[in-house]
Design a protein around this ligand. Structure first.
Ligand code: FE2
Length: 298
């Protein structure tokens, strides 16, 4: 189970993870005039338990994601460039900027808007993490971290922002109801990384910038806008043999192993629960009460 460091400083794992699938996230329209690159949640990769969706969004006002509901999972918005303002039907409102993070537990129901808050292109990642059946109807909750409060380590040419979980001995304060790790790595040219991970968790990488070699030192490089699904294993090795920075997120989670029935922004376990949710939303009840008199301020 443990990893070792040999005399050359090269860390090896008992069961290294390797790439089992590559998915190019092609641009598609979403929300109101917004463009997203969807990897998880698209036709090539419906989900990767507990992950339901990963979008890299690129949005300029007046486009955005106006008032819409969620139930049954969490949305994690991580800004890469620019700013986004969110408002919800319970009066919660805020703006996140590059490097900031919003971890929203929709639970039994949220209606909100997510809109650009600055001129130009706003970019970020939005990840949807499923909640287990026992957590789907919990009260909504927010965890927000500003960039300055995100744990960060810069060591041997590798910079990491610890969004969730742990890296290089540093832990994120974010509470993950579904056990999750979410690490934002930048590797300078000529560097390598060996990151331990729980062996049975499902995990993927999404490349934001540059190109890297993942899992096997002789594998072909993976470039930006690709998601790669990893095999099970106790760690991942990454090499940046290019002359540019390599930036990617490494995300892993403990699978829920429960049935998934999704209807757009509602994710439950059964068709009956989805029908109930559509009714609750329509009649503003069971968590959607505030919808009756709410509309976001444009
Ligand atoms: Fe949303």
């Amino acid at each position: 189970m443990s990893s070792t460091v040999d005399g050359h400083g090269i860390q090896s794992f008992e069961k290294p993870r390797y790439v089992i699938k590559r998915v190019l996230a092609k641009p598609q329209h979403e929300g109101d005039g917004a463009i997203v690159r969807r990897s998880i949640g698209g036709s090539e990769l419906r989900n990767l338990d507990p992950f339901l969706m990963l979008d890299e969004f690129s949005v300029s006002a007046p486009a955005g994601f106006p008032d819409h509901p969620h139930r049954g999972f969490e949305t994690v918005t991580y800004m890469l460039e620019g700013s986004f303002t969110h408002q919800d039907f319970a009066g919660h409102k805020g703006t996140i900027h590059a490097g900031d993070l919003q971890w929203m537990t929709a639970g039994r129901g949220i209606i909100h808007s997510e809109m650009p808050a600055a001129e130009g292109v706003q970019k970020g990642l939005q990840l949807w993490i499923n909640l287990s059946s026992k957590d789907k109807m919990i009260e909504p909750r927010y965890q927000e971290l500003q960039s300055k409060d995100v744990s960060r380590v810069d060591k041997d040419g590798v910079d990491v922002h610890v969004i969730a979980g742990e890296a290089f001995g540093v832990r994120s304060p974010v509470y993950t109801r579904t056990p999750t790790m979410y690490l934002d790595f930048t590797l300078r040219p000529g560097t390598q990384l060996h990151q331990k991970m729980p062996e049975s968790w499902n995990a993927f990488v999404y490349v934001i910038e540059g190109e890297g070699i993942f899992g096997d030192s002789i594998a072909s490089p993976v470039s930006s806008h690709y998601a790669i699904v990893l095999s099970s294993g106790d760690g991942l090795s990454v090499w940046n043999r290019s002359s540019e920075l390599l930036r990617f997120v490494l995300v892993g989670g403990q699978p829920l192993n429960e049935p998934i029935v999704q209807y757009g922004p509602f994710v439950m376990n059964t068709q009956a629960e989805i029908e109930q949710t559509i009714e609750d939303y329509h009649y503003c009840r069971n968590g959607f009460e505030n919808a009756r008199h709410w509309q976001s301020q444009a």
